[in-house]
Design a protein around this ligand. Sequence first.
Ligand SMILES: NC(=O)c1ccc[n+]([C@@H]2O[C@H](COP(=O)([O-])OP(=O)(O)OC[C@H]3O[C@@H](n4cnc5c(N)ncnc54)[C@H](O)[C@@H]3O)[C@@H](O)[C@H]2O)c1
Length: 329
Amino acid sequence: MQTILITGGAGYIGSHIVKLLGERGYNILVYDNLSSGHEWAVLFGRLIRGDILDFAGLSRVFNENDIAAVIQLAAYISVPESIQQPLEYYLNNVSGTINLLKVMGEYGVSKMIFSSSAAVYGIPPHTPVNETSELRPINPYGRSKAMVEQVLQDLSNARDFKYVALRYFNVAGADPGGSIGEGKEDAAHLITASVRTAVGKKAFLNIYGNDYPTRDGSCVRDYIHVEDLAYAHLLSLEHLLEGGDSRIYNCGYGHGYSVLEVMETVRRVTGAPIPVRQLERRKGDPPELVADTKRIKAELHWRPLHDDLEDIVETAWRWELKYQSKTLK
Ligand SMILES: NC(=O)c1ccc[n+]([C@@H]2O[C@H](COP(=O)([O-])OP(=O)(O)OC[C@H]3O[C@@H](n4cnc5c(N)ncnc54)[C@H](O)[C@@H]3O)[C@@H](O)[C@H]2O)c1
């Protein structure tokens, strides 16, 4: 049986994709250096500890397995860190993916789903932003994703290679069954930080800027439940395995919530007060970033099941309670 290789599959998003594909009967191989992922998060398939920068290590994996397609999530993901350490980000995110593509080429594997990001849009002139908008990333993290997208496009022009680049907006929530969720101690995303404040792990929540031209002065973002995002990967995989062409899709819900609205929801769901610390605007935060999602709905018939902020917060909260009470290794 052919195998789906999931690089970075022990991480937050990857582990939800592994679970969904595993439940659908796919044969899965996870390749992850565990720099931020966890062994406990891999619920299906086999985990190989390895680095995408290791050409020989990757070659062994392709030599020993019949790989039909690769889902490439392995990357560093912090915008502020990327500004401090651009070389590490370009090396891991760009060179790492090129290395993987080279090995794929040597073994005749010609299908990849790539984790891109809304960060490729930078500060778009209008929102909702669609896939044809110009890419104007404003930090090394966003540029690393845009560079890989360019490499994928060039490669698909040069030879028989097909890819789906999924531009994730703000990914949040956890497995509704409570078996997996965000496991990074330093995860900085708003909903994770809020529920960690609710469980008392953080003393307060930082809010950046209160004078944006939005309905309440705080930034507006499009939050997508990680399980709906995993489903977008399943559909993208089926598309490629059925011989479909290269595509680029936004992954969000097409509407946004402000930071204050998210916090109110977290307060309501958790019953915790969530103390906040109001700070100045952060450089490079667009006031509003919302996905135009018409394309993925029309072409892949993607239909979200968790398009509800309470649902997202509740699953994140349930996971956080469990995660705090257990030592998961
Ligand atoms: N979380 C979000 O909101 C979001 C938004 C847009 C895009 N993304 C992208 O989605 C992907 C997954 O993000 P996540 O939130 O699950 O992060 P994560 O850090 O939980 O997952 C990344 C995984 O990749 C592994 N990894 C990193 N470098 C590696 C390397 N050189 N070799 C092998 N494994 C390596 C890590 O150990 C980790 O398991 C990333 O590519 C990220 O850029 C995430």
